[in-house]
Every structure is written in C-alpha cells, then in structure tokens.
Design a protein around this ligand. Structure first.
Ligand code: NZQ
Ligand code: ZN
Length: 390
C-alpha cells in the first residue's frame, strides 16, 4: 500500500429489523424543528411514513415536509427544498428513502445558509461550503448508493442536461446517523433491487480497477464482491430472503463509505459516462452503469491486464491454468456478463431511451477522471457509447 491518506467516518449506523427505534436515541440530540424529506410516496404505501411520524411526534418535534423528491433529484427541486428548510428554521433534516432522498438532504444541508447559487458553487465550481450546514439523518429504504454513509450528493440540471455529483471533502457533510432496516427494502420492485445491486458492484469496481501496488483495499473489495455475488443470486431467486437482503444492504454501505478507496487512485469513468446518460434520459442510475460497463471494461482491459486477470481468478473463480493472461481476463468479464444477464439488468442504452443523436452530447457531458488504467479521449467515449447502444 503506497498511498498516503486520512480516514474518518463519523456516521453512526443502526442496523437490523428493530433499528428504527434508535430514532429515540438520535432525535433528542437535535432541536425541535425537523424537516422530513421523502420521495414519491413509497413510504406512505409501505407504512414507514407512519412509523417515522409517530416517533417524531413522541419526541415532540415540530415537523415540516419536503415530499416528491424524484429519483435523480433536480436543481429546481433543490431550490424548493432550501426555501422550506429556511422557513422552518430547521434543526435536523431527516431523509427517508433511497440515494436520491439522502443526496438531496445533503444538498439542502449545504445550501440553506449559503448566499450563493448552490448549483454554481457546489456543482460547477466544486467548492466546499463556507457556511453553517445542517445535520442530516437517514432512514434508508433503497440500497445501492452508499449515500447513507458518505458525503456525496448528486444533482441533475435538466435544462443544461448535466448530472453532477459532488463528494464533499468535509466529513461533517456525511449523515450524522443512518438507520438501516433490511426489511424496508423488501417492498422494492425487482427492477430497483437489481439496479441497486449493480450500483454496489460497480462502486467496488470503480475503486478496484486502478493502481499496481499490493493494497489491502483491493483484498477487501474482492471479499465484498464475492459476498455480493452470492447474496444477489439468492435475492434474485427469492427477493423476500431477509438474510440475503441484509447482506446486500451492508455491502452497499461498505462499498462506498470511503474505506476501500484508501491508499489508491480510483477510476469512476463508468459513473461519469452513466451520469451523463442519466442527464439525457433520466434513467435509473444503476441501469445506466450496467448498460455502459462491459464496453468500457473491455476497452480498458489491455491497459490493466494484471488486475483484470486477478479479478477473473479471485472474484469469478476462473481457472488460469494453461491460458494466457488475456484469455483469463476476458473470461472474468464474460462471467460478469453472465451474472448481469442472470439478474436481468438493462444491458444497452437504447432500452434506457438513448438514441444515436444523443451520443455526442452525452460524451461532451462526461467528466473525464484521470485515476483509472487509461485516461479516455473523447473519441474513445464515443466508441464506448456506440458499443453500448444496442
Ligand atoms: O420516490 P419513491 O416513491 O420513494 O420511490 C423510490 C424511487 O422511485 C423507490 N423506492 C425507494 N425505496 C423503496 C422504493 N419503492 C418501494 N419500496 C421501497 N422501500 O425506488 C426508486 C428509486 O429511488 P432512488 O432513491 O432514486 O434510488 P437510488 O438509491 O438508486 O438513488 C439514486 C440517486 O443516487 C445517486 C444517483 O446518481 C441518483 O441520483 N448516487 C449517489 C451516490 C452517493 N451519494 O455517493 C453515488 C451513486 O453512484 C449515485 O450516483
Ligand atoms: Zn453509483
């Protein structure tokens, strides 16, 4: 392990089927005014809204609501939420939902006391907050993003067709606490469940496919991937399996809570391309990643051959005996493709509503990151997008 780093993750987690009760431990730590933030209504259908409201009431909180936070939350919705939180003099932002709702709460947190335009400050200029921020708590209902234990907040500007994530440097932007009850994820539609599973897997890949030194983070990544492969297959056949769903939930948190990127550079190009696809199509995040992944990894394989070979052997149990390095590496990606098809992931961009005439714009909107095995040129992004189309 050759990199230098600091590590601090202050989010307190409560995990398990009784974890919501720990709101009784957390809520008294904050003032009276709580803004409850949620999505389009799933929490009303499955009863989580009533359970949370009851606890807020018992803790004598004065509650305002920001509802209808959409998947891939927009900057216009952010402006609306900032006003609600300001008018309510919020002491705590309580997000109940998936990554979109948790991300949105963090974006409101850094914007309530900010006198500049948050889109320009945080998403175009990537500045850090220089104002007071609000504490965020999360009750997670959809698994995948890791937003419950990281400082990332992705916002979409539908007018300019930009979807941009800011991972804030200051750990105070991470949620103060997160409640992870695997039971809450049992009502997710199959499409969302597998999109989340692929999001987790790709978060690990983005941090694994970089560097050449012997790094403990890579061994942790391999273990997380193996656990995810096992649990995803169990959950795909039996979605109500609590044991598998709880393992998936825990893996998601560790896949993107900064641990496995320590001491490494990271890639993130699948996410950068996927986010630009999302800006044009508003497609489900995990599916945008699934659609572009294989063309991307097959393209960079020659530049990171050793690591792709290791991935094939250690994650997919490919037998290397009597084969060239290239053959072993290709077999690993073929095994990954079979698993993706088994889960029923979307494997091309056309199915997400992308068309040939969008590709230039998607490529232009892709932020190029330097940490992977190959820094992509514009033409390479176009090639990957074309191969991902059908
Ligand atoms: O809005 P409701 O009605 O609640 O429905 C949601 C939504 O339609 C539904 N859902 C959530 N929990 C449910 C449920 N339906 C039934 N039962 C439940 N228990 O699921 C749909 C998707 O929810 P969403 O929050 O959008 O999904 P996800 O968790 O995948 O979040 C996606 C957002 O997170 C960003 C993505 O770009 C995207 O904007 N990401 C955030 C990251 C971070 N903070 O580090 C990293 C990720 O790579 C990602 O970019
Ligand atoms: Zn992701």
């Amino acid at each position: 392990m050759l990199g230098n780093f600091s590590y601090c993750n202050p989010t307190k987690l409560y995990f398990g089927d009784d974890s919501l009760n720990y709101l009784n431990t957390e809520l008294p730590k904050y003032g009276k005014n709580v803004v409850l933030i949620y999505g389009g209504g799933s929490i009303k259908k499955n009863g989580i809204y009533n359970e949370v409201m009851k606890l807020l009431d018992e803790n004598d909180k004065n509650v305002a609501e920001i509802s209808n936070v959409m998947p891939n939350p927009t900057v216009n919705k952010l402006y609306e939420g900032i006003e609600i939180a300001r008018n309510h003099h919020a002491d705590l932002l309580l997000a109940v939902g998936g990554g979109s709702v948790c991300d949105y709460a963090k974006a409101v947190s850094v914007s309530v006391n900010c006198m500049e335009d948050p889109w320009e400050k945080y998403y175009l200029r990537f500045e850090e907050p220089d104002c007071e921020t609000l504490p965020v708590g999360c009750v997670l209902t959809m698994v995948g993003t890791g937003s419950e234990m990281n400082a990332g907040a992705v916002i979409t500007n539908s007018e300019t067709k930009q979807k941009i994530g800011h991972v804030f440097a200051d750990e105070k932007i991470m949620p103060k606490f997160a409640i992870l009850n695997p039971k809450y994820t049992l009502t997710l539609p199959h499409y969302q469940m597998v999109a989340g599973i692929y999001d987790i897997f790709n978060h690990i890949c983005e941090q694994y496919f970089s560097g050449e030194d012997d790094n403990t983070s890579d061994y942790i990544s391999e273990a997380l991937m193996r656990s995810l492969l096992h649990s995803s297959r169990v959950a795909n056949n039996d979605p109500q399996n609590y044991e598998a769903r709880s393992n998936i939930m825990w893996t998601a948190t560790w896949a993107l809570n900064t641990l496995i990127s320590r001491g490494k550079s990271t890639d993130w190009m699948v996410h950068m391309i996927g986010q630009s696809v999302g800006a044009y199509t508003n497609a489900t995040h995990g599916m945008t990643l699934a659609a572009v992944s294989l063309p991307y990894y097959r393209h960079i394989l020659p530049y990171g051959l050793q690591k792709f070979k290791r991935f094939a052997v250690n994650v997919w149990d490919v037998n290397p005996i009597g084969k060239t390095e290239e053959q072993v590496a290709q077999e690993g990606l073929n095994a990954m493709e079979n698993w993706m098809r088994e889960l029923g992931l979307v494997m091309n961009l056309s199915q997400l509503g992308a068309t040939e005439d969008m590709l230039e714009g998607i490529a232009n909107g892709t932020i190029i990151m330097p940490g992977g095995y190959k820094v992509l040129e514009h033409d390479e992004i176009i090639k990957i997008l074309k191969e991902s189309l059908i």
